[in-house]
Design a protein around this ligand. Structure first.
Ligand code: FAD
Length: 337
């Protein structure tokens, strides 16, 4: 099938309380590369209430066109209503590709759209490229427990759709002089399109720094020995002094020391902070899959042969209960010097 009418690589932009999520910019960077390869254009779809001012930010990060659905009814994410808006958008504008962040919202929304439009969806991608035909997107994602990388294509249906993990790709530099088109759309919604009702927003994590968006993560593993270091003790103290978030290996989560929202790795979050401090974490492939993209990794482990030392920038062989308090103290002193 030729799909001549399908044009444009479209990022479904995600915003929360009037702020665009980083993953939307990361996807625009990828959309731009794919579009340059296949000779297509980059677009974004923005949904919410009072969101129109955000369109320029999307243009600055690579969108040629931004379609805006600015409607009070769309203030809070609603699965069925947002899916309806995006399916209507597809039927009117016929985009070639939908790129969606593999966030909680993206993972909820993408399958609804794919099912309604009867097209394929590749979830949790970590790589994007173009097939030899120069038009089909190749979606790469880990499979079989992370032991192989699968390459998936959607040759017979449109739109081509995939969700992409946050922090896998770098956010492109913004170009404040970039020019693009902002197109206001009307959402065609009735009460029947809202199968659930928004009641209240309950924020988790006591208002701390969000793991996926943190510049600094101090993460602990099984060697931390209990929940106290994560909650108030040596890990939390270092995270606080650096203005960062607390992360964890799956072993620490499985032990019940910290909530699964903090898990980094293949079955947790993919993170890409400026600094990742891995404390008493051995460095299993399933953990490093989620943090190896960090700009700088410091590992503290009492076993000099721990695999984490193979991927870190700085390694400290020592006991975390000895090293961490000294590190925190030294940083506090340096800050006040
Ligand atoms: P361990 O491997 O037990 O390592 C503990 C480390 O702490 C050791 O290196 C030890 O030397 C060190 N240590 C102990 N005491 C101290 C001390 N006092 N001072 C300094 N160092 C000390 N894991 C994840 O993390 N994230 C995932 O998303 C994930 N997904 C998975 C998916 C699948 C399908 C599977 C099969 C596994 C997954 N795992 C994941 C589990 C992963 O394989 C490892 O079991 C896990 O990462 C180990 O956690 P850990 O490094 O904390 O514990």
């Amino acid at each position: 099938m030729a799909f001549e009418e399908n044009k444009g690589i479209y990022v479904i932009a995600e915003q929360f309380e009037g702020k665009l999520r980083n993953v939307s910019f990361e996807l625009l960077g990828q959309a731009r590369q794919l579009a340059d390869t296949i000779g297509d254009e980059v677009g974004a779809v923005l949904i919410g209430k009072d969101v129109k001012p955000l369109a320029q930010e999307l243009i600055a990060h690579g969108a040629h066109k931004v379609y805006v659905y600015d409607d009070a009814k769309l203030e809070n994410y609603n699965t069925t209503a947002y899916a309806k808006v995006l399916c209507d958008f597809y039927n009117e504008e016929k985009p070639n590709v939908f790129l969606i962040g593999a966030t909680n919202i993206g993972r909820d929304l993408a399958p609804r759209i794919a099912n309604t439009l009867k097209t394929g969806l590749t979830a949790d991608c970590t790589g994007l490229s173009v097939d030899d035909d120069n038009k089909t997107i190749v979606w790469t994602r880990p499979a079989l427990g992370g032991n192989i990388m699968a390459e998936i294509i959607c040759p017979d249906n449109r739109p081509q759709m995939g969700t992409v993990r946050p922090n896998v790709f770098k956010k492109p530099e913004a170009d404040p002089n970039a020019k693009g088109e902002v197109i206001e759309k009307t959402a065609n919604l009735s009460d029947a399109d809202f199968l659930t009702k928004f009641v209240e927003l309950i924020k988790l994590g006591g208002g701390g720094v969000k793991l996926e968006e943190a510049d600094v993560i101090v993460a602990g593993g099984r060697g931390m020995g209990g929940d106290e270091p994560f909650k108030t003790g040596i890990l939390k103290e270092l995270a606080d002094v650096l203005g960062g978030a607390v992360g964890a290996s799956r072993a620490a989560v499985d032990a019940g020391w910290i909530d699964a929202l903090h898990q980094v790795g293949q079955t947790g979050k993919t993170v890409g902070p400026k600094l990742y401090v891995a404390c008493a974490i051995s460095g299993a492939i399933q953990h490093t899959a989620g943090m190896s993209g960090s700009d700088c990794i410091i590992a503290i482990n009492k076993d000099e042969d721990a695999p984490i030392f193979k991927i870190c920038d700085y390694g400290i062989v020592g006991d975390v209960f000895d090293v961490l308090p000294k590190l925190t103290e030294a940083i506090k002193k340096a800050k006040h010097a």
